[in-house]
Ligand binder design. Structure first.
Ligand SMILES: N[C@@H](CCC(=O)N[C@@H](CS)C(=O)NCC(=O)O)C(=O)O
Length: 202
């Protein structure tokens, strides 16, 4: 049975969302989003940096949310939520899937550090401003692609699990401005999915 190591309000929600969409059975190890759990020897034996998500599948342990999504789709749900390699949508699937951790999450991480994590006296407004501008620019092509599509490649796919979750988090950080109306409507569509609700409320 698959086992997911998880903490609330984190990227681990992507994996719950995926497992729920696929109706795959899994066990959950719910941890606190706190060093006492994440940096424990026990959790560092699963992930050397003490991060989440981590997935166990019998004797396999794998981390990195994108790798976990691909692992689950290819090993446990072949043919689902991912176009075939020769499908016209395959390149776009790869692009938006990787745009998440490659382009959206780096500035978002900086924003979280300089608005939430650091004590006020150590927050840097210049660094924060740069990250906010970078994120705003990174969201524009996503908004454009969603102009005529319900989901990133048309049909709902693993790319939505990755980038959709990151966009939802961006909105919660007030980084989705009113001019990005296609993204806002897309986030509403995602929020209407019961599996997404289960993921963000776990
Ligand atoms: N690129 C990694 C990022 C993993 C990561 O940084 N996860 C955060 C939660 S969203 C974490 O574990 N933070 C705890 C910490 O930094 O101590 C992935 O996509 O899985």
């Amino acid at each position: 049975m698959l086992k997911l190591h998880h903490a609330p309000n984190s990227r681990a929600g992507r994996i719950i969302w995926l497992l729920e969409e696929l109706k795959l059975p899994y066990n959950l190890n719910s941890m606190k989003f706190h060093p006492s759990d994440l940096k424990s020897d026990e959790h560092r034996s699963r992930h050397p940096l003490g991060r989440i998500p981590v997935l166990e599948d019998d004797d396999i342990t794998i981390y990195e949310s994108g790798a976990i999504v691909e692992y689950i789709l290819t090993r446990h749900a072949p043919g689902k939520l991912k176009p075939e390699v020769n499908d016209d949508n395959y390149p776009q699937y790869l692009q938006w899937f990787h745009y998440c951790e490659g382009m959206v999450m780096p500035p978002m991480n900086t924003i979280v550090v300089h608005t939430i994590i650091l004590p006020e006296e150590r927050r840097d407004q210049t660094v924060l401003g740069q990250a906010q501008r970078l994120l705003s620019k990174a969201l524009v092509p996503v908004d454009t692609t969603l102009e005529e599509k319900e989901y990133l490649i048309g049909d709902f796919s693993g790319a939505d699990i990755m980038l959709g979750h990151a966009l939802y988090m961006s909105k919660r950080l007030n980084c989705v401005t009113d001019d990005l109306s296609n993204i806002s409507e897309y986030i509403s569509r995602i929020e209407a999915r019961p599996s997404f609700q289960k993921a963000i409320n776990t």
